[in-house]
Write a protein that binds this ligand. Structure first.
Ligand SMILES: [Fe+2]
Length: 403
């Protein structure tokens, strides 16, 4: 993040003595890309985040994905995530849908908060949640961020947090990346601001509010994800939310998908215009994360609003449909439909969608969808996702119903 944020109390000069309410505070740098990337300086009340009071142990759950054997066949998939059961807690409930060497996409549908005084830290991946439904509070060492439906929550690798539900359940997409998830660099000017023609504006993010530090002793388990979805339980002897202040450029934040300000042109515009976030070194690795929000379709007198067939050989594409108003897939979509189109084959609008879409020329669309395109990274469908897949999807382009 280019926006430097400051919360709570800190010494004016880094790494100098700072007494807070009689306590000699302790400094920590939460850094990325070694000592060279965006970082935040955290000031702990009186305990270091290294003070484990029990030996680390293997958690009784893990997030190592299991592939579905038939995914070795080259074929597109349509998975109905709405049909997946709701249940479990927000800590253990994420279910991987597709994964690759650097990227993982899961669905999370819990009906309970994290267990009390229990925390999670993903040290393998940066995370981005998209909340399809529900509301709650994301509580971390950086403070609290309330979240609601139709928002993205971006969480740096290594952040210690918990999730508390305010609704009876949640319905979320969880995107993980080995690389930072940030604004696309081409949206930023030399000063680090979003330039004046960018669809996203960095100041529209919602930031954590830092409460008073929690000064509490006891056993505080943190479940730490590492090394391919393994989870190790470590136990601190003090509450991990003990910061008196922090400042820097690495922190969790919320972004409302409706603040992706669509850009229209006279004729159809390719998906890069819908890009909200960037991860990795595009176009050589990583992914772009796009938001398809309602916007005016092209107004050329012969405009075809539906996209062309496309064959992006270096990208695997996954798409989560927040509603059914997506003209190119009309008739096959439900709320929460999840498509996976591997780069090895072209995909196109269904049946007569291209011709039908001409009626939408110059009109506002109602679509809402989240799309992720990888670069030079193949994804694999999981065993879990395949259970909810439409088994005849590969043949659905030739079905009469869609003409
Ligand atoms: Fe596509």
């Amino acid at each position: 993040m280019t926006l430097i944020v400051k919360r709570g109390s800190l010494p004016k000069t880094p790494h100098t003595e700072f007494i807070y309410k009689g306590n000699f505070t302790l400094e920590e740098i939460h850094g990325s890309q070694g000592f060279s990337g965006p970082f935040s300086r955290k000031v702990h009340l009186k305990s270091y985040p290294t003070e484990q009071v029990k030996a680390p142990r293997k958690a009784n759950f893990g997030f190592a994905p299991k592939p579905y054997d038939v995914s070795a066949l080259l074929q597109p998939h349509l998975v109905q995530t709405k049909d997946m059961p709701v249940g479990g807690d927000a800590l253990t409930g994420r279910k991987c849908m597709v994964y690759g060497l650097n990227t993982k996409v899961s669905i999370l549908k819990p009906n309970a908060s994290f267990p009390e005084k229990t925390f999670f830290r993903n040290t393998e991946h940066y995370e981005c949640f998209y909340f399809q439904d529900g509301e709650g509070e994301f509580k971390s060492e950086y403070g609290t961020i309330p979240f609601r439906k139709e928002t993205y929550l971006v969480v740096p690798k290594g952040t210690t947090y918990r999730i508390d539900l305010k609704s009876s359940s949640l319905y979320a997409l969880v995107i993980e990346s080995k690389f930072p998830i940030e604004w696309p660099p081409h949206y930023m000017n030399h000063g680090g601001q979003a330039h004046l023609t960018s669809p996203v504006i960095e100041t529209e993010i919602e930031l954590p509010e830092l409460p008073e530090p929690i000064d509490e002793r006891g056993d505080f388990p943190i479940f730490v994800q590492h090394a391919g979805g393994k989870v190790t339980e470590i136990t601190l002897g003090h509450h991990p939310f003990c910061l008196v202040g922090w400042e820097g450029a690495l922190y969790p934040f919320l972004f409302d998908i409706n603040n992706h300000h669509g850009i229209a042109r006279e004729i159809h515009t390719a998906p890069p215009v819908h890009q909200t976030f960037h991860s990795g070194l595009i176009p050589h690795m990583g992914f772009s994360l796009c938001s398809f929000v309602p916007q005016m379709e092209g107004w050329h007198e012969k405009e075809i609003p539906a996209p062309y067939a496309h064959y992006n050989v270096d990208s695997d594409e996954v798409m989560f449909f927040c509603n059914t108003s997506y003209g190119a897939r009309e008739g096959v979509l439900k709320e929460g439909s999840f498509t996976f189109h591997p780069g090895g084959m072209p995909h196109s609008p269904h049946g007569g969608a291209a011709e039908r879409s001409t009626k939408a020329r110059g009109k506002m669309s109602k679509r809402l969808a989240v799309m992720l395109d990888t670069y030079f990274e193949s994804l694999t469908l999981t065993d879990f996702a395949y259970k909810f897949a439409e088994k005849k999807y590969a043949e659905s382009w030739s079905e009469k119903d869609n003409e």
